[in-house]
Design a protein around this ligand. Structure first.
Ligand code: NOJ
Length: 563
C-alpha cells in the first residue's frame, strides 16, 4: 500500500466512523419551524433553518418521526413508513432538506419505529377487516379474550402509558399494544414484517439518509406461547436471561444482524443507535455491537441528579461499557420524552423520573414556585459543557441551546401526550412541556415559529429565549453552545479520559489524550484554577480572577490545540 492509498483509506475510515464522537441535534419536526402556517412544524420549516443548524456547529440531525400519522403518540404511531406526513411536506421536500443539510456537512438520522405501527396503517386496517383467524391478523398480535364470552383481556398486563395493554375489536378479539391503544404491536415472527422493515431501511438509505435511531429496540421479538403469565409473574421475571416473554430477548439480535447487512451494503455504511432500556450494561452492549445496530443510547446522565460522584460513576461505567462493545458511548441530558434538564436541575433533587412529593409530581416541571430557574439553567450549562467534553457522541435536544425550561403551564385540554391522558406515572404531567414549538423571534404570533398560533401554547417567557435575542447576545446560552460546538472540532481527540484529583468531592476534572481538560464545579464554593486559568478557552459562567464559580464548567486547552 502506498502512502497515498494509506491516507485515502484512513480518510474513508474517518468518514465511515463519523458518528463515533458526533454532536447530534434532535429535531422534533412538528415543533421546530412551521413554513406553511398551519401551526405544525414541517420539513420546509427545517429547510428554512439549515443555516441556523450549520451555525450551531452540529455534526448531525436526528429527526423524530415525520411520517403520516394520526398523532396519537406525537408521530410514534406510524401509518406509512415510507412517506412524509402531508401536513409536514412531501418526499421531494425531504430530499431537498437532506441535500441542503449534506451541503453544509450535516449528517441525517431518521427515526424507525419497528415495535408497533399506527392503527391507521394499511396492514392493521386490513387485519381488522379480514377478521379472526385471517392471515392479515398474523402480522399483529391478536388473541381471544378470557371468560365465558371472551370479554376479559387475555392477560392483566398494563401498557407503558397506563391502562390495559390489550384492546378489544368489533368481532370480540383483542390485540396487544405495549404503548397507546392506537399503536398495535407487530408480530416479529412474521416474515412480511421482517421483509417490510428491510425495505424501509433501504428506502431511506437510498434517499441519502446516513443513519437510524431505533425506537424501543429491545421490544420487538416476543414469545407469547400460552399460557401467558400474569402481570405479577411477568414483572417478577428476570429480564437478563434473553428469554423474557416481551423484552430484551436474545432473538431480537437476529433482526439487527439482518439490518446490519443492509447498513453495510451502503458506502459509507449506514449507522444506527438503539433506544434500548435494558437491565444491565452488558445487555445494552449487545445492541451496540458492530454486528448489530452499532451504538446504543446511554440515558444514565439524563436520570442523574446534578451531583459529582454520581456523574463520575456513570462516566466510568459507560466508558468501560463502550470498551466492551467496541462502540462509542452516547451522552444525553434532554430529549422529547423527559423534563428538560434546565428544569430538572432547578427543582429539588430527584432520583429518576418517578419522584412524587406528597401527592404532587415535581419531575415534569413541577409547580412553578418550586422551580429555581436561574439555578437550573446555570447547572444545565455546566453539565452541557461537561457532556460536550466527554469521549463519545453527544445528543442535544432542540431548544436546550436556548436554555429553555419545561413548559408547565399547558391546560389539560391543550395537552396531547397519551401518557397524560392514560394516567401513566410517566413524568407526571406527560411530555408536552418539552415539545412546545421553538421561539425564533422575541415577538410575532408564535415567536417566529410560523404565521399561526403553534399547536402547543408557548408561554410569554419564551420571548427571553428567542433565537434572534440570543444570537445577538455573546453571554446567551445559544452563544455558549455555538462556541462549545465550534471548539469541539479542533479539540476532539481519542475516546478516553483520565481523572485529575481536585481535592474536592464536588469538583470533577478530567483530561483527554491531547491535553484538553474539563473542570466542573458541582458545588457552590468557588474552585481555584490557579495558573491554568490562563488557558481557559470556554466557561459556562464568568471566572472571578482564577476562581471557577459554583455550578459552572470550564474547558482548558493549550493554545497549540487551537492554532
Ligand atoms: C420511545 C419514544 O422516544 C417515545 O416518544 C414513544 O412514545 C415510545 N417510544 C413509543 O414509540
Amino acid at each position: 500500500m502506498t502512502d497515498a492509498t494509506l491516507t485515502e483509506s484512513r480518510d474513508e475510515a474517518k468518514t465511515a466512523e463519523w458518528w463515533r464522537q458526533a454532536a447530534v441535534y434532535q429535531i422534533y419536526p412538528r415543533s421546530f419551524a412551521d413554513a406553511n402556517g398551519d401551526g405544525l412544524g414541517d420539513i420546509p420549516g427545517i429547510l428554512s433553518r439549515v443555516d441556523y443548524l450549520a451555525d450551531l456547529g452540529i455534526d448531525a440531525v436526528w429527526l423524530s418521526p415525520f411520517y403520516p400519522s394520526e398523532l396519537a403518540d406525537g408521530g410514534y404511531d406510524v401509518a406509512d413508513y415510507r412517506n412524509v406526513d402531508p401536513r409536514l411536506g412531501t418526499l421531494d421536500d425531504f430530499d431537498a432538506m437532506v441535500e441542503a443539510l449534506h451541503a453544509r456537512g450535516i449528517h441525517v438520522i431518521v427515526d424507525i419505529v419497528p415495535n408497533h405501527s399506527s392503527d391507521q396503517h394499511a396492514w392493521f386496517q386490513e387485519a381488522l377487516a379480514a377478521g379472526r383467524g385471517s392471515e392479515a391478523r398474523e402480522r399483529y398480535i391478536f388473541r381471544d379474550g378470557k371468560g365465558p364470552d371472551g370479554s376479559e383481556p387475555p392477560t392483566d398486563w398494563v401498557s407503558v402509558f397506563g391502562g390495559p395493554a390489550w384492546q378489544r375489536v368489533e368481532d370480540g378479539q383483542w390485540y396487544f399494544h405495549h404503548f397507546a391503544t392506537e399503536q398495535p404491536d407487530f408480530n416479529w415472527n412474521h416474515p412480511d414484517v421482517r421483509e417490510d422493515f428491510l425495505k424501509t431501511l433501504r428506502f431511506w438509505s437510498d434517499r441519502g439518509v446516513d443513519g437510524f435511531r431505533i425506537d424501543v429496540a429491545h421490544m420487538l421479538t416476543k414469545d407469547l406461547t400460552e399460557p401467558l403469565p400474569s402481570r405479577a409473574e411477568l414483572e417478577a421475571m428476570d429480564s437478563t436471561t434473553g428469554v423474557h416473554p416481551i423484552t430484551d430477548r436474545d432473538d431480537v439480535h437476529e433482526v439487527y444482524a439482518e439490518w446490519r447487512k443492509v447498513f453495510n451494503s451502503y458506502d459509507p455504511p449506514r449507522t444506527a443507535v438503539a433506544e434500548a432500556w435494558v437491565a444491565t450494561p452488558e445487555r445494552r452492549a449487545r445492541y451496540a455491537s458492530a454486528e448489530g445496530l452499532g451504538q446504543a443510547f446511554n440515558f444514565d446522565l439524563l436520570e442523574a441528579d446534578f451531583d459529582a460522584p454520581e456523574f463520575r460513576a456513570i462516566i466510568d461505567e459507560n466508558l468501560a461499557q463502550s470498551r466492551l462493545s467496541g462502540s462509542s458511548t452516547t451522552w444525553v441530558l434532554s430529549n422529547h420524552d423527559v423534563t428538560r434538564h434546565a428544569t430538572r436541575y432547578g427543582l429539588a433533587p430527584l432520583r429518576g423520573r418517578d419522584v412524587k412529593q406528597g401527592t404532587e409530581w415535581v419531575a415534569a416541571g413541577g409547580p412553578a414556585d418550586m422551580l429555581d430557574r436561574d439555578r437550573g439553567l446555570r447547572r444545565a450549562k455546566a453539565a452541557t459543557l461537561l457532556l460536550l467534553g466527554l469521549p463519545g457522541s453527544a445528543y442535544l435536544y432542540q431548544g436546550e441551546e436556548l436554555g429553555l425550561h419545561e413548559v408547565a403551564e399547558i391546560a389539560p385540554e391543550q395537552r396531547q401526550d397519551p401518557a397524560f391522558f392514560r394516567g401513566a406515572e410517566f413524568d407526571g404531567l406527560g411530555r408536552d412541556g418539552c415539545r412546545v414549538p421553538l421561539p425564533w423571534s422575541a415577538d410575532g404570533v408564535s415567536f417566529g415559529f410560523g404565521s399561526a398560533p403553534a399547536h402547543l401554547p408557548q408561554p410569554a417567557w419564551f420571548a427571553d429565549h428567542a433565537v434572534d435575542a440570543e444570537a445577538a447576545d455573546p453571554a446567551s446560552t445559544l452563544s455558549l453552545y455555538r462556541e462549545a460546538l465550534r471548539l469541539r472540532h479542533p479539540l476532539q481527540t481519542g475516546e478516553t479520559l483520565e481523572w485529575v484529583e481536585t481535592g474536592r468531592a464536588d469538583v470533577l476534572r478530567f483530561v483527554r489524550p491531547n491535553g484538553w481538560q474539563v473542570v466542573t464545579n458541582f458545588g457552590t464554593e468557588p474552585f481555584d484554577l490557579g495558573a491554568d486559568a490562563a488557558d481557559v478557552v470556554l466557561s459556562s459562567a464568568p471566572l472571578a480572577g482564577s476562581a471557577l464559580p459554583g455550578e459552572a464548567s470550564v474547558w482548558i486547552a493549550p493554545a497549540s490545540l487551537l492554532s
